[in-house]
Ligand binder design. Structure first.
Ligand code: FAD
Length: 390
């Protein structure tokens, strides 16, 4: 009874290749074996389980779509999505580590880096020997990163970086940081900052009620000397970090389905076993309404996201399409988590079950990588041509 169930109400598996199913099943088995048994404890203690890093690399959790010549898994976008789904079925914090490493650190180095940077960093990031983080958000610039004040000056033989980033996943233990900063002309560029560089510190952010098994921190740059070869030269402007976010948000859309599946599966099994008033609570209309709506929403999200995966494989998915899926699916998952929590009654608030942890995690997921509001305004901009957020 404690095997993962995988709701597939519309036979979505028929749309997957053998490779997709193989990749998904091995990720699923790994999560079941290595993440599920320990994650509640780590979340309660607010600690990232570093021992899973190697395994995350082995299941393709670091750079699933990065070419094999750079150590990546060389998979397509659907396999990437399925891996995120399975990891987030375990925990959104673990999936965050995987998303950041893959789409926010490896992706920009692969797409905008030099060949020397690719060779130097990507294979080590793919195995988890190096861990990375992505610094875009600042204390005074969250939804509007274009206002960033972190900046660097050209000192002739090196750059001098100053400023601060906030809310940075993996920051406290990252070996490298991909940092977005303005040059003297105010143009945004990406720089690779390495732990150990003088003036670079990464204080941890404590007292989170959400993503407790993920480590979050600040990045502080106090006259950090950056070698010139650490500049990402392939793309500049806000479009560069936004392209990374497209990749990460696409993975989050799949990941949220995993968290929702775990909550639905747990609630369904509990409802069938829990007897009140001499019958299973699953036999009451109120609980059936909740469960029926959950599977309906999961199924709609699966179809939306599978189609988005096909479009991404063809290089046709737009930023606005990705926004819609990220927003819809995270909202779907958080609502399912809240309803599922209630189906478990008092038991739902304990760490004996995963639901409350998913629910609290999803409060971060609905805010990071573009808030629920901002993604709606991106759809609004796309269909009207008028930006309401500026
Ligand atoms: P604000 O931008 O201040 O928004 C506050 C509220 O105002 C929100 O509800 C928002 O929707 C609303 N709002 C803002 N502008 C408008 C508008 N124009 N119209 C209507 N409503 C508006 N960032 C990174 O760079 N790297 C990371 O690794 C990273 N990891 C994170 C991990 C966690 C656990 C968390 C919580 C955040 C992380 N972030 C990271 C930061 C995250 O992306 C930001 O929190 C997010 O972009 C929102 O910014 P903010 O928190 O400053 O909120």
């Amino acid at each position: 009874p404690d095997l993962f169930q995988a709701p597939d109400y519309y036979n979505l598996d028929d749309l997957l290749t053998e490779e997709h199913k193989l990749v998904r099943d091995s990720a699923r088995a790994w999560v079941k074996r290595e993440v599920s048994p320990i994650i509640e404890d780590y979340a309660q203690r607010a600690e990232f389980p570093k021992q899973i890093i190697k395994g995350l690399g082995e299941i393709g959790g670091f750079g699933p779509y990065i070419p094999e010549e750079y150590g990546g898994a060389g998979l397509d976008q659907i396999s990437y999505g399925l891996i995120m789904q399975e990891i987030e079925r375990g925990d959104s914090g673990v999936r965050s580590t995987s998303s950041v490493q893959s789409s926010l650190v490896m992706y920009p180095i692969w797409k905008f880096g030099t060949e020397e940077q690719r060779v130097k960093y990507l294979p080590k990031l793919a195995t988890g020997e190096y861990m990375g983080c992505f610094g875009l958000t600042e204390p005074d610039h969250g939804s509007n990163p274009s206002g960033m004040t972190t900046n660097y000056k050209d000192m002739g033989d090196h750059y001098l970086l100053n400023g601060a980033k906030m809310w940075i996943s993996n920051a406290p233990f990252a070996d490298i940081a991909v940092v977005w900063a303005k040059n003297e002309e105010g143009r945004i560029h990406g720089l690779i900052v390495e732990r150990g560089m003088e003036g670079f510190t990464t204080p941890e952010t404590h007292n989170k009620w959400s993503l407790r098994a993920s480590s979050t921190g600040e990045l502080i740059f106090d006259n950090v000397k950056i070698p010139k070869e650490n500049l990402l030269t392939g793309k500049t402007g806000l479009g560069a970090p936004m392209q990374c976010l497209d990749s990460a948000r696409y993975g989050i859309a799949w990941g949220a389905i995993g968290a929702a599946m775990d909550c639905y599966d747990t609630a369904l099994r509990y409802a069938k076993e829990r007897i009140q008033f001499d019958k299973p609570i699953a036999g009451t209309q109120l609980q059936q309404k909740k469960l029926a709506e959950m599977i309906t929403e999961i199924t709609k999200a699966q179809l939306l996201t599978w189609r988005l995966g096909v479009l991404r494989n063809e290089g046709r998915a737009t930023t606005a399409q990705i926004s819609m899926a990220k927003r819809n699916n995270v909202d779907m998952a958080i609502n399912i988590a809240r309803e599922a929590r209630q189906i478990l009654g008092g038991m739902g608030i304990t760490g004996e079950y995963s639901i409350m942890r998913h629910m609290m995690n999803l409060e971060s997921v609905i805010t990071y990588e573009g808030t629920h509001d901002i993604h709606l305004l991106i759809t609004g901009l796309d269909i009207t041509g008028i930006a309401a957020f500026k």
